[in-house]
Ligand binder design. Structure first.
Ligand SMILES: NC(=O)C1=CN([C@@H]2O[C@H](COP(=O)(O)OP(=O)(O)OC[C@H]3O[C@@H](n4cnc5c(N)ncnc54)[C@H](O)[C@@H]3O)[C@@H](O)[C@H]2O)C=CC1
Ligand SMILES: O=C(O)[C@@H]1CCC=N1
Length: 269
């Protein structure tokens, strides 16, 4: 039987997922989208051939509802949606912080809910999506969700108690790497390189390092030690990173992101 999937609130993450599903072979006719603005709906229809519907129509037609609005908009969406969702629909939330219990309290008793935290590399099929089942979600629901998010990268099942930490690590993770590239490019400027050349050098170094991390099987400490020659250049840079507390800053930064994810769960906007 054909499974229809609706993406409700098709912004950056919703569109990344949708486009990846189509690249992976999903039929656009089986994909529905909801948006707040009519022009956005037309744009998505023109770009992908998917069908724009209203939120209640999505609940009626689709087997799986993927909710990708901002956490702050989830309450309003659910107020509109919940009365229309039959209890046999699978509801997947892609929002930071919001718990499966939050949905279960607002949907018909027994409705299966799954919480997913993906990230923007979904745009290039390199997402990391972490998946947790709510009370009523079965192994089949988990497998179906993995199939959907597997279209845009890797998936990992985690206990829901780890979702806020995963949000801090991989959900927000790409931003830290972009920030690092931005800061290292500034360093290149300070050292007298043109910005475009500095950018290219750093980006290629990032791609090389990421590929080694993924493919070499080596621990990151070993990979870093291999770059760090006795009395060489790298150890001088590492000493400055340690002097400036960069490791502690990263730990504190990710802890702050985790705490913010927890706060979003308690409706703290
Ligand atoms: N941006 C990121 O890197 C990541 C975001 N997320 C999560 O994904 C969700 C979406 O984030 P983005 O795509 O960045 O936000 P976005 O703002 O680009 O997309 C959300 C979309 O939902 C629409 N919307 C809001 N209320 C609606 C309603 N009632 N009916 C229909 N459409 C509605 C908005 O118009 C907007 O287009 C958030 O919950 C966020 O926590 C998860 C992982 C990474
Ligand atoms: O910053 C945020 O809240 C979202 C969730 C993870 C990445 N972006």
């Amino acid at each position: 039987m054909t499974q229809k999937v609706a993406v409700l609130g098709t912004g950056k993450i919703g569109e990344a997922l949708l486009s990846g599903m189509i690249r992976a072979g999903w039929t656009p006719a089986d994909l529905l989208v909801t948006t707040r603005r009519q022009e956005r709906a037309e744009e998505l229809h023109t770009r992908y051939g998917v069908t724009p519907v209203t939120n209640p129509e999505a609940a009626k037609i689709a087997d799986t509802l993927i909710l990708t609005v901002k956490p702050q908009d989830m309450g309003t969406l659910l107020d509109e949606l919940a009365p229309h969702v039959p209890a046999d629909r699978l509801v997947v939330s892609g929002a930071a912080g919001i718990t499966t219990a939050y949905f279960e309290e607002r949907l018909a008793p027994g409705t299966p809910v799954i919480r997913v935290m993906t990230n923007t590399p979904a745009l290039v099929d390199e997402a990391m999506s972490v998946i947790s089942a709510g009370t009523h979600a079965t192994a089949d629901h988990l497998a179906h969700t993995e199939e959907i998010f597997g279209a845009v990268g890797k998936t990992l099942r985690v206990p829901e108690s780890q979702q806020d930490a995963c949000t801090a690590l991989s959900g927000s993770g790409p931003a830290y790497f972009f920030y690092l590239v931005e800061a290292m490019t500034d360093a290149g400027i300070l050292l007298g390189l043109p910005r475009d050349k500095a950018h290219d050098l750093i980006v290629q170094s990032a791609i090389g390092a990421a590929t080694m991390l993924r493919d070499s099987g080596e621990h990151p400490v070993k990979l870093r030690e291999n770059v760090t020659s006795p009395a060489g250049t790298t150890i001088n840079a590492i000493r400055e990173l340690e002097n400036h507390g960069v490791r502690a800053a990263l730990i504190a930064a990710l802890e702050a992101a985790r705490d913010r994810s927890r706060a979003l769960a308690s409706g703290n906007n």
